[in-house]
Design a protein around this ligand. Structure first.
Ligand SMILES: CC(C)(COP(=O)(O)OP(=O)(O)OC[C@H]1O[C@@H](n2cnc3c(N)ncnc32)[C@H](O)[C@@H]1OP(=O)(O)O)[C@@H](O)C(=O)NCCC(=O)NCCS
Length: 268
């Protein structure tokens, strides 16, 4: 029953993967007798945050459903509940359910008519290549240097991306200095990550990684290429504009609230 909505939201790339997600932990897919549904997933394994990846109900039903989900989250040992990414105009609906805005995001799309593929030109001594399993510890370190606790990936998540998506690393003489994550869900390509470690910035590596990932996504023939960045992240916004990505009008936001769980979460 939930699959058509989950499918339309591009949350999983196949029904089989959604079924596997559900069978691993059935509590992550909650359905009410009224046909409302929510799909839940741990945000990061180093945080006590449970994310609502999708919530399908009318606006006036958001507060009672969020209360219900907060109880589920607390029962699973999560101290905080994160909203889906919603248009800023929808935020008041979640605020009425006790959530507060946690961050403002800008979505960008590649304008295919303006996109001029260019060979990536990393700085001398830097090369781009597909990530290997041995690179994972370096990627975890780069991620931790580039993103705060809320955004950085945990090792399990990066290992999953290595299996399921496309990771490309920029390697300098002393090892990996940056990477990208590109994901394809049916007809949509997403740049899920772009990171260059602080000591290696302003040398063209970010631009080379970005061009390589966008060229890959365009080559695969997906209908749309998009990505998100934080509103305050001016460096990335300048870079994205430079290569031909267009910012969509309207902001989207994450909202967060406490669940009432005060203990320390066990990962068992
Ligand atoms: C954004 C990021 C990837 C840029 O990497 P980089 O290797 O330093 O970027 P480049 O040297 O290739 O810069 C290319 C262009 O980006 C823009 N840019 C990069 N850093 C910038 C800064 N600090 N301020 C303004 N513009 C900047 C410029 O347009 C620059 O072109 P120019 O040199 O002709 O002016 C890097 O700063 C980073 O990893 N930041 C933290 C993680 C992050 O924000 N990721 C992206 C959002 S999810």
């Amino acid at each position: 029953m939930v699959w058509p909505a989950v499918n339309a939201a591009h949350l999983f790339d196949s029904h089989a993967r959604f079924q596997r997600f559900r069978s691993e932990a059935p509590w992550r897919v909650q359905v009410t007798g009224r046909g409302e549904a929510v799909v839940l997933e741990e945000w990061r394994s180093h945080l006590d945050v449970l994310a609502m990846r999708g919530l399908w109900c009318s606006g006036d039903r958001v507060p009672p459903l969020v209360e219900q989900v907060a109880r589920v989250a607390a029962g699973q040992g999560y101290g905080r509940l994160l909203s889906p990414l919603v248009a800023v105009g929808v935020a008041p609906v979640y605020e009425r359910a006790g959530l507060s805005v946690h961050g403002s995001i800008i979505a960008l799309r590649l304008d295919r008519s303006a996109w001029k593929p260019e060979e990536p030109h990393p700085a001398p001594g830097v090369r781009l290549r597909q990530v290997l399993a041995d690179d994972l510890p370096a990627l975890v370190r780069i991620d931790a240097e580039c993103f705060d606790e809320f955004w950085r990936y945990d090792p399990d998540r990066l290992a999953r991306y290595l299996m399921e998506d496309r990771l490309v690393v920029a390697e300098g003489p002393e090892g990996p200095i940056g990477y990208t994550l590109a994901t394809i869900v049916r007809d949509s390509g997403t740049l899920g990550r772009l990171a260059v470690k602080p000591s290696a910035r302003n040398l063209g590596t970010g631009e080379a990684l970005l061009r390589e990932a966008l060229s890959f996504l365009v080559r695969t023939g997906v209908g749309m290429v998009s990505l998100c960045t934080q509103e305050e992240n001016l460096a990335s916004r300048m870079l994205y504009r430079k290569v031909g990505l267009t910012e969509l009008t309207g902001r989207v936001v994450f909202l967060m609230r406490q669940t009432g769980f005060a203990g320390k979460r066990s990962r068992e």
